[in-house]
Design a protein around this ligand. Structure first.
Ligand SMILES: Nc1ncnc2c1ncn2[C@@H]1O[C@H](COP(=O)(O)OP(=O)(O)OP(=O)(O)O)[C@@H](O)[C@H]1O
Length: 972
């Protein structure tokens, strides 16, 4: 079979090999749309004999373009893929405009105004015109108009007489003038002008044999027009899309474009893909329930190809600070306890709003966990990088007033705000660029109302000299080396290193590194690469412009910068250890084994300013469906910004919430095995899992039990944690009674904070379960418990109503460890011990149901099916429901082993339990024995659990916990 058909399902193969001229592949997330599109490109090249330079493939992001290129390299081999015209709509349009723009009067050295430039222009206009409209709103409105194909000429013709409409038309007009004066095109212009070009000169695309478009649901009107024009020669179009993932309505995306396309091309063939290859059934079904809340959308079939996996989590935390801290702790817990199966690079935190990253970034930095931002601040937007780039932009396009204004007094050269305002005024009055006025001012020729101060004049002179020197150098630099050499020249002339040292005493080194990195990247630019990237095949009758001198190389280098959307990650090795923080919008089309979605409250998602609730729901759907194996959503119950209580997002509250776990999963064998299976990875060895446990640090737990489940604050100074079953047993209950009590306990625990936060919540728990005890007494008891934990007694002094050691032995129960036994833990000095994981009341470890699409007419719900004997047993043991008849003592005892302190000695009555545990229990139970006497404090958990595995095989694992955890991590 051909390589590009390998591994495709029937529907995918049909789409890849379809003979249809106009083809729509519509499918839900993770069903292989991008894979299918990539394979279709390979098919068209191999079977239809199309030349790659005559095939255009549009992706939504640069990252997607890069990934598709890589996939294609594997499929088509050679350098065929490099000849393909593959990129975002904007980059493809830029190519056409650079090559043919001269035909419609665009000089091929035009600059690109990015969003900041556009906003800067409008802010300056606001200062001059004192208009009331918010500059951002004005920019967005202009962009909306342009995205709908409305040029200023059209706006002028249709503008109504209201003052507001007139004001907007005036801003629009002046904005367009400012762009023209600066020889700039904004992002919308790239598309609009390309439409204009292709309407007037369709011959430019007469060679195009096929057009393929990814993420079609997010195209806007202008892109729809472009589609028609780019494919006008042969009318061969393939698009893939999913209306449920349309999330760019706020940027004028037209969800209707799929329908419009069918109407415009009546012969359109539609192929639906149904199987989801990305996510566990648990994730997929939850996401589907969310999207199905929109009853107006056509229902769609969605089949999972993976096992049920782990239930998604909705975790409540007290406030955004604790939310960030919890996410970091959960990341650490999962990377350690999955024995290497999940790495940091497998994890993404997806944000509805970029500002949410702040606390997360801080928390990650504090923990020494490296991360990369996607869709946030780009490398090119870092202050120090931006300054250098603005000098380059000014040298390249001095009439670009935005760039000139950014650097006019940076580094400071005594040019104050008043001088800048006067220069701007003069430029506006003379209808000249700021650069022209600045040059005149330096020569004393500018018509200024206020005379320049001497220092300001001197400062301007220095600036003009530098810019002119840069321009002069451009004439002598080797073209390909121009950007790199210019960066060095500017940095040297500005004494930029000294400037950074003075300005940023704390992190100047890092900033200087960024400047060096920029220079390195610029040096990587070669004329060939620029030419190859931009080259369009020659077509008869239309003249192409060619890259010639250093000026054009610089101009193209800057255009590439303006069109890049994400920060470059460092070296490959480094990138592997980074987690990803991304906005949900930028995560479109991507996938990760683990996804966190923070801040799932009303006002955040759906966003308070969003106009379309359905689009917000789709946004959450997109975020959820990026997850392969684990999905976490978090809710800070208090919002620090407003000090108000959060309300859970409407998308999760109605009938969905109860189907989510309220705590992170227990990473037992079954859970880890399922994760490995879903990710198509080898399950980690027992050694790796055990090693993971040893890597837990003093303040970490195997369970997600450090933060209260209900979102109450985490006690700042935790003193003692009590172990429920042990204490119950010490109150003289039998094992079975204790198990029954456990059910009640867990249910109450779900609403209390007792098992998680120790001191505070124990008090709370005590007052709720022992109403006869006064709070003061409780505090006293807790104090004595605290002293017990430090070896002066036992927790029994707190709870013990006289249960003797003999009684415990009579019940054939494991003995508690003395004083520092696992049931009493001083948080400051010891690791929390195994205890009843409170989430057991809502989730059962190792009980992921096996989803069988063939036999499951109804989707499995968290009410877990008993599909296998082992599951049945485990179900009974971990259920919060009353113990079932079928659950024998062994099972009860097994369940108890998860909760009660382990005996210091191997207990023969436990042999059957061990056997069972070694088959089904938490992976760490399978570890060999560690010497409990000599173990470091941090190994308490492992050793306590190891004891149960017995001295039968008295071996150590040879695992040594690094004492250098933090330092090591920082070095990564
Ligand atoms: N037939 C298949 N067999 C195995 N894996 C597949 C198959 N088709 C797709 N996949 C895998 O499923 C995952 C999702 O594929 P892809 O990204 O192409 O989906 P998509 O439909 O474009 O998703 P989205 O709409 O969410 O962006 C990828 O990891 C891909 O390799």
């Amino acid at each position: 079979m051909e390589s590009f058909l390998k591994g495709l399902n029937t529907a995918q193969k049909a789409a890849v090999t379809s003979k249809a001229s106009i083809l729509q592949v519509l499918a839900p997330p993770g069903s292989g749309k991008t894979k299918t599109l990539t394979s279709r490109v390979a098919y068209l090249l191999a079977h239809r004999g199309f030349s790659p330079q005559n095939v255009i493939c549009c992706t939504f992001t640069i990252k997607a373009a890069r990934e598709m290129r890589e996939r294609l390299r594997g499929l088509v081999g050679g350098d065929l893929e490099s000849k393909l015209m593959l990129g975002t709509f904007h980059s493809i349009c830029r190519r056409y405009l650079v090559t043919y723009g001269h035909l419609i009067g665009i000089p091929n050295n035009f600059g690109i105004a990015d969003s900041d430039d556009s906003l800067g222009i409008i802010k300056r206009l606001q200062k001059q015109l004192k208009f009331g409209m918010d500059p951002r709103a004005a920019r967005n409105k202009i962009s909306h108009r342009k995205a709908r194909g409305q040029t200023i000429e059209k706006v002028n013709k249709t503008v109504s007489k209201t003052a507001e409409a007139q004001e907007f038309a005036d801003i629009f007009r002046r904005y367009e003038d400012a762009l023209a004066t600066s020889n700039l095109l904004d992002y919308d212009d790239l598309l609009l002008r390309c439409v204009e070009l292709l309407q007037r000169y369709p011959a430019c695309v007469s060679n195009i044999e096929a057009l393929l478009i990814d993420e079609f649901q997010d195209t806007n009107n202008v892109q729809f027009e472009l589609m028609k024009l780019l494919a006008s020669a042969k009318k061969r179009i393939t698009v893939v899309g999913d209306p449920d993932q349309s999330i760019y309505g706020f940027r004028s995306a037209e969800i209707e474009n799929l329908k419009r396309m069918q109407e415009y091309y009546p012969g359109t063939v539609v192929i639906n893909l149904e199987e989801n290859y990305r996510s566990s059934s648990a994730v997929l079904h939850l996401a589907q329930d969310v999207i199905e809340q929109d009853t107006e959308r056509p229902s769609k079939r969605l089949k999972s190809t993976h096992c049920y996996g782990t239930l998604p989590v909705l975790r409540r935390l007290h406030n955004p600070h604790e939310e960030a801290a919890w996410i970091v702790s959960e990341i650490k817990r999962m990377t350690k306890l999955t024995g290497g199966c999940i790495e940091r690079s497998d994890i993404a935190i997806l944000l509805r709003s970029a500002f949410l990253s702040l606390l997360l970034e801080k928390a990650l930095a504090n923990a020494g966990i490296p991360y990369k931002m996607v869709g946030g601040r780009r490398f090119f937007d870092r202050v120090e990088v931006r300054i250098i780039l603005d000098y380059l932009r000014t040298i390249s396009h001095p009439d670009n007033s935005s760039a000139l204004l950014s650097i006019i007094n940076t580094p400071a050269r005594k040019i104050g705000d008043a001088t800048v305002a006067e220069l701007n005024r003069a430029a506006e009055a003379a209808k000249m660029s700021l650069w022209t006025i600045v040059q005149q001012a330096v020569k004393g020729e500018a018509k200024l109302e206020k005379k320049l101060t001497k220092p300001a004049e001197q400062g301007l002179k220095e600036l003009v000299t530098l810019i002119k020197r840069g321009q002069a150098k451009l004439k002598v630099f080797e073209p390909a080396q121009a950007p790199g050499q210019l960066i060095e020249l500017v940095a040297k002339e500005l004494h930029f290193l000294e400037y950074l040292k003075k300005q940023y005493q704390e992190d100047w080194e890092e900033r200087w590194e960024n400047v060096k990195e920029l220079s390195l990247q610029a040096r990587d630019v070669t004329l060939e690469s620029l030419t190859a990237e931009d080259q369009l095949p020659e077509v008869d009758g239309v003249k192409q412009a060619k890259i010639q001198g250093a000026q054009e190389v610089l101009s193209r280098f800057l255009a590439n910068v303006a069109l890049s959307t994400e920060i470059e990650s460092g070296e490959e090795g480094e990138a592997k250890s980074r987690i990803t923080i991304s906005t949900i919008h930028s995560a479109k089309g991507l996938e990760w084994p683990v996804v966190f979605v923070p801040a799932v409250y009303e006002g955040s998602i759906p966003h308070s300013r969003a106009e379309d609730t359905n689009e917000e729901r789709r946004l959450l759907y997109v975020a959820m469906t990026r997850a392969k194996a684990l999905l976490y959503m978090t809710l800070p119950v208090m919002q620090s910004r407003s000090e108000s209580e959060s309300i859970l997002s409407q998308f999760l509250s109605s009938g969905i919430e109860h189907r989510l776990k309220d705590a992170g999963p227990i990473f037992d064998d079954k859970v880890v095995q399922d994760i490995a299976t879903i990710l198509g990875r080898l399950a980690p060895s027992q050694e790796s899992l055990a090693k993971g446990v040893t890597m837990l640090e003093e303040n970490e737990s195997q369970y997600d039990d450090i933060w209260p489940l209900d979102g109450s604050p985490r006690a700042p100074s935790l003193t003692t944690v009590m172990e429920f079953p042990f204490s119950m047993l010490q109150q003289g209950q039998s094992l079975n009674d204790a198990m029954k009590s456990k059910t009640n306990f867990q249910q109450s625990a779900k609403y209390s904070t007792f098992p998680n936060s120790g001191f505070t919540t124990a008090s709370h728990q005590m007052s709720s379960t022992s109403p006869h005890i006064e709070p003061v007494q409780i505090q006293q008891k807790l104090k004595s418990a605290a002293s017990a934990s430090s070896g002066q007694g036992s927790i029994a002094t707190f709870f013990n109503n006289g249960t003797s050691k003999q009684q415990i032995e009579k019940e054939n129960l494991p003995l508690p460890l003395p004083s520092k036994g696992p049931h009493v833990t001083t948080i400051h000095s010891g690791k929390p011990q195994p205890r009843i994981p409170t989430e057991l009341s809502t989730h059962r470890p190792g009980l992921s149901t096996v989803h069988n699409p063939a036999t499951t007419a109804k989707r499995p719900r968290p009410v877990l099916e008993e599909t296998a004997e082992s599951n049945k047993r485990a179900y009974a043991c971990f259920s919060s429901s009353p113990i079932k008849e079928t659950c024998n003592d062994t099972m009860v005892q097994h369940a108890m082993l998860d909760c009660i302190p382990e005996p210091p000695k191997y207990n023969t009555t436990m042999s059957s339990l061990q056997q069972h545990r070694s088959n089904t229990g938490p992976s760490s139970y399978k570890s060999g024995m560690l010497n409990t006497l000599s173990k470091p404090a941090a190994l308490t958990t492992l050793s306590a659990m190891s004891v149960i595995s017995g001295p039968v095989t008295k071996k150590t694992l040879g695992v040594r916990r690094s004492m250098n955890g933090w330092a090591d991590r920082k070095n990564k």
